[in-house]
Design a protein around this ligand. Structure first.
Ligand code: AGP
Length: 611
């Protein structure tokens, strides 16, 4: 995890770095720091805590410069302390480094450097990097050569940026961790023609520019006020196109909302409309860059994903199976170590909002190494999953900043529903008989989500059941992943104990947990709601309050429940998304009633780039 940023060319480097760090804070928020090179040395200011605490510190410790680095940390090696915060420096404080990723051989490098007389001041894996550069500089190498030689010693994953007091420049490289390069030619307050940015993700500099270069693994970039060059590991120049990002800076602002999560819940009608736009014309599903027949050889689909994306994949797999296509879902972290035997005809689909989740990338790489065709379903153009897979479909949700995934779940499921129809057409020669109703319902879905948002009693329900011992979520069919997602959302942002179960499994163990103080949310949007009624009876008989999450047509379920979170009637394969919106609101209100930091839940980060 962690977010890194760098800037070159603007006189107010520190304020631009802080803007970048605020926009990258979803990647980690337990300590933060900046460093600038300003002609009189390298100055570093860093501290434990969130970026706003660094901002406070910098208001009384001003540092100036036009070349700088920034970092916001999610701890892996060493606790969140001032000493472990980045940037890290060499023994003499002549250079500073920020890093995202994991240096796997840090222990052996540290031993080698200690033996050579270097003194370490942190527990981090990162600190070996500035000392390695220092070591190579001492042999007489120039800064660029020393940087390259240091990087060549590393194994693991990294995006690294470095400044040195002797040069007005940033050196950066990546291997397995994201790094994007932004170019702005009309930046107010800049004394050079262009201002440049490097960051773990585009939102860091979207306020300043939408012109981006997606760097590749092994690229080394040197950025100075008068220009930049990109080379490969051996130093040969490489060409990377400058692309224009479709996201706008408004997309990464909270606007009038208290939290990004609430804003992103509200953005779902637009996100869904974007996911469908242009992909369901004249009753046929079409994806850009996937020609007719692209899936003709697919015999089965395997999904790999984590967390919320795993739940979206469970939902999508059911839609495929309902169309007669074999589909299984694997937790990416497990698939990476115990993949099933590889068969011809298997399409391996990684569902990942960020496109950077290390477990999912490892699973996709494992499948690829065994000869499987891979496809990414992702939100982020230029992400590692998008670049490494044979095919890619974008979910087009726009940037999601809140750590809790909300709109991207909806966009993933909608995209997978379209994909299920598209695969079926290539495999069987035509869409399913029910495709016209599904495609109509998809175009109506944004207004159904709007109606759900406007008409929700989730806040009152959160208030009524806010003092419970635990919360359970049950559902069958496509309501099962919705139940799992409802529980994940509640636990991650409210810290309340919550579990989701397939309703039929209750009686095989979880029922022992049910008491009069454990509300059970019964998601009545999957098939077989008559069987869900049986589960409701079982928990009611143990005194548990039951809250149905149900469309108006499910009268029997609603009558059996103590409370209802109503959703509009919709297509049976999509109505689960409306139930999910209600559960997002329930989690949000529960967390705000408990005064939790909704967008930055403890111990978590949005983009999990370590296995
Ligand atoms: C959910 O709210 C979390 N943010 C988390 O479970 C997330 O879905 C998971 O880490 C996978 O992320 P990805 O979609 O970026 O791969």
């Amino acid at each position: 995890m962690c977010g890194i940023t760098a800037t070159v060319g603007a006189d107010d480097a520190v304020s631009r770095l802080l803007t970048g760090l605020e926009n990258l804070e979803y990647r980690g928020y337990d300590s933060a720091g900046v460093a600038v090179a300003n002609g009189s040395g390298v100055e570093v200011v860093k501290r434990e805590g969130q970026v706003e605490e660094l901002v406070d510190l910098l208001s009384s410790t001003s540092i100036d410069g036009s070349v700088g680095l920034g970092h916001t940390r999610w701890s892996t090696h060493g606790p969140p302390t001032n000493a472990n915060a980045h940037p890290h420096t060499d023994c003499r404080g002549e250079l500073a480094v920020v890093h995202n990723g994991i240096i796997e051989n840090h222990a052996e490098l540290r031993e080698r450097l200690r033996a050579a007389g270097h003194t370490f001041t942190s527990d981090t894996d990162t600190e070996v990097v500035p000392h390695l550069v220092e070591e190579y500089l001492a042999t007489g190498a120039g800064i660029e050569t020393a940087f390259r030689r240091a990087v060549a010693d590393l194994s693991g994953s990294y995006a690294i940026a470095l400044i040195h007091e002797d040069e007005d420049a940033v050196y950066a490289t990546r291997q397995g961790s994201p790094l994007v390069f932004g170019l702005a030619d009309d930046t107010p307050g800049s004394s050079s023609d262009e201002t440049y940015y490097l960051a773990s993700d585009v939102p860091a500099f979207l306020e300043f520019t939408d012109s981006v270069v997606y760097l590749e693994d092994g690229d080394v970039v040197r950025v100075a006020p008068d220009g930049y060059d990109i080379t490969d590991r051996e130093g040969a120049p490489v060409e990377r196109p400058v692309e224009t990002v479709e996201w706008s800076s408004d997309d990464v602002e909270k606007g009038a909302f208290d939290h990004y999560m609430r804003k992103e819940i509200d953005e779902q009608p637009t996100a869904i409309a974007q996911a469908v736009r242009g992909r369901a014309a004249d009753g046929r599903v079409a994806f850009e860059s996937l020609p007719d027949g692209a899936f003709a050889d697919v015999e089965r689909v395997q999904f790999v994903a984590c967390g919320t994306s795993y739940h979206a994949a469970l939902y999508g797999a059911q839609l495929l199976r309902e169309r007669g296509i074999s589909a299984r879902v694997f937790l990416a972290s497990e698939y990476a170590i115990t993949a099933p035997p590889a068969d011809d005809g298997t399409l391996l689909v990684g569902v990942t909002q960020s496109g950077e989740t290390a477990d999912t990338l490892a699973a996709l790489r494992r499948g690829r190494s065994e000869g499987l065709r891979t496809m990414a379903v992702t939100n982020v153009v230029g992400s590692t999953a998008a670049r490494e897979c044979d095919d890619v479909v974008f979910i087009r949700a726009g940037p999601e900043i809140g750590v809790a995934a909300t709109k991207t779940f909806s966009s993933q499921v909608v995209t997978l529903a379209l994909l299920a129809e598209r695969i079926l057409r290539d495999v069987a020669g035509s869409h399913s008989e029910t495709a016209p109703e599904l495609l109509d319902a998809l175009s109506d879905l944004p207004s159904a989500v709007s109606a759900t948002l406007t008409d929700s009693s989730a806040e009152a329900i959160a208030d009524r059941y806010g003092d419970s011992d635990a919360y359970f979520f049950i559902g069958r069919g496509t309501a099962h992943p919705v139940a799992l997602e409802g529980a994940l959302k509640l636990k991650e942002i409210s810290y309340e104990h919550a579990e989701g179960f397939p309703a039929g499994e209750l009686k095989h163990g979880p029922l022992a947990l049910v008491t009069a103080n454990t509300p059970v949310f019964a998601v009545a949007t999957g098939a077989h709601t008559e069987k869900l009624l049986g589960s409701i009876e079982e928990v009611s008989a143990r005194g548990a309050p039951v809250i149905a999450v149900a469309p108006r047509s499910e009268r029997a379920v609603a009558e059996a429940a103590d409370d209802v979170l109503w959703v509009p009637d919709s297509h049976p394969e999509l109505v689960g998304l409306l139930a999910n919106v209600q559960l997002q609101l329930l989690s949000y209100h529960t967390a705000t009633l408990l005064d939790r930091p909704v967008d930055k839940p403890r111990n978590l980060a949005k983009s999990v780039t370590v296995e």
